[in-house]
Ligand binder design. Sequence first.
Ligand SMILES: *[C@@H]1O[C@H](CO)[C@@H](O)[C@H](O)[C@H]1NC(C)=O
Ligand SMILES: *[C@@H]1O[C@H](CO)[C@@H](O)[C@H](O)[C@H]1NC(C)=O
Ligand SMILES: *[C@@H]1O[C@H](CO)[C@@H](O)[C@H](O)[C@H]1NC(C)=O
Ligand SMILES: *[C@@H]1O[C@H](CO)[C@@H](O)[C@H](O)[C@H]1NC(C)=O
Ligand SMILES: *[C@@H]1O[C@H](CO)[C@@H](O)[C@H](O)[C@H]1NC(C)=O
Ligand SMILES: *[C@@H]1O[C@H](CO)[C@@H](O)[C@H](O)[C@H]1NC(C)=O
Length: 322
Amino acid sequence: MKFYNGLVALLAVVVSGVDSNLEVTTDPNATAFRGGSITLTCRFIGEPFAIYWYKHNRTGAPDNTADIVVRYFNGQWLSSDKYPRYNITSDYSMVISDVQIEDEETYSCEVVLKDDASGKNNTDLTVIALANPLHPVVSGCIMTKPRECVYEVQGADTEIFALRCRVEQVRPAVSLSWTTRRDVEIETPTIPVTDPKDGLFNATRDLTVSRTEIENGESFVCQASGDSVNGTSKLVVTFKYPSEGGLSGGGKAGIVIFVLIVVAIGIGIGIGFFLWRRKEEEKKKEQEKDPEKEPLSPLQIEFEDLAKKINGYTRGPFLGWR
Ligand SMILES: *[C@@H]1O[C@H](CO)[C@@H](O)[C@H](O)[C@H]1NC(C)=O
Ligand SMILES: *[C@@H]1O[C@H](CO)[C@@H](O)[C@H](O)[C@H]1NC(C)=O
Ligand SMILES: *[C@@H]1O[C@H](CO)[C@@H](O)[C@H](O)[C@H]1NC(C)=O
Ligand SMILES: *[C@@H]1O[C@H](CO)[C@@H](O)[C@H](O)[C@H]1NC(C)=O
Ligand SMILES: *[C@@H]1O[C@H](CO)[C@@H](O)[C@H](O)[C@H]1NC(C)=O
Ligand SMILES: *[C@@H]1O[C@H](CO)[C@@H](O)[C@H](O)[C@H]1NC(C)=O
């Protein structure tokens, strides 16, 4: 199979080297979403003998280091075990399924006609990794509506604190900005986007807010723009104080009361048990004492006397039998 592949590639190179007079049309650029699929088309006029789809080693232009990923050859459509996500259709388009970041390359389609005319053209594929969720996320802010969240100001938040807006694991990078609800852009330091090895970007932008602003009813909007959020995408942040919120305050009071009741019941059970045990012990003690206290019966007195007499008996002279 390997030999066959090599032979086909060699034949292709030889053929295309010999005659390159056929017009082959491809889309110069194509865009795919990560995880989705994309069809790259290859158009020409004539009866094909062979079609080769190459995956090049870089984006931007075809280079000489390219693998044949799928092909049509003399009536047969052939895909490769090395590229299981790539396939060739009946109209010689190439389909890439479950698109990955590393599929962002230049692809070229080479056509060899039965009359030996041949031609080649290429497509640059761009892969977009969409943000998930598609809107920015603010740490500690609870989503209430599709594009709105509520940030509960914590006791630990000082007079001035930071809101952190993020869009993670996307490609290409997004730009982030903070605005007031009236669309006034606020100057904030931009934390540079990082490009890790996996080709994905994280974007972070902090906003410093003061309690005074919030108390005046201000709310803020973090906006992301870029292909990976499908244009522009916003998150509206509103604020809430734990003390002012009736529900939250009531909830906390409820918890305190519940705990107090549980503690009271616990103490009650403890005292009850203590009293019960003391009573039980007293009863037991009395039962142990009772036999000593009980007055002696007349028979017992007689017996005791007799015992004393016997004890006190001394042997006197024998006066009997006379
Ligand atoms: C490649 O395709 C484009 C159309 O997308 C066409 O304008 C161009 O002439 C083609 N190049 C060759 C060498 O066939
Ligand atoms: C294709 O994309 C490249 C890079 O993104 C760009 O420079 C070029 O102008 C695009 N070509 C067309 C025909 O859209
Ligand atoms: C791409 O090509 C360069 C030089 O042509 C080579 O060093 C590199 O290993 C190639 N990378 C891949 C993934 O084939
Ligand atoms: C390629 O597509 C054909 C039908 O178009 C299908 O029969 C074949 O199983 C596919 N090959 C792969 C590797 O998915
Ligand atoms: C981007 O964010 C993700 C998720 O929080 C994290 O796993 C990844 O390491 C981050 N990348 C960089 C370069 O900071
Ligand atoms: C992106 O926006 C377009 C309209 O601009 C819309 O048709 C499409 O469904 C959106 N895609 C996603 C993933 O939301």
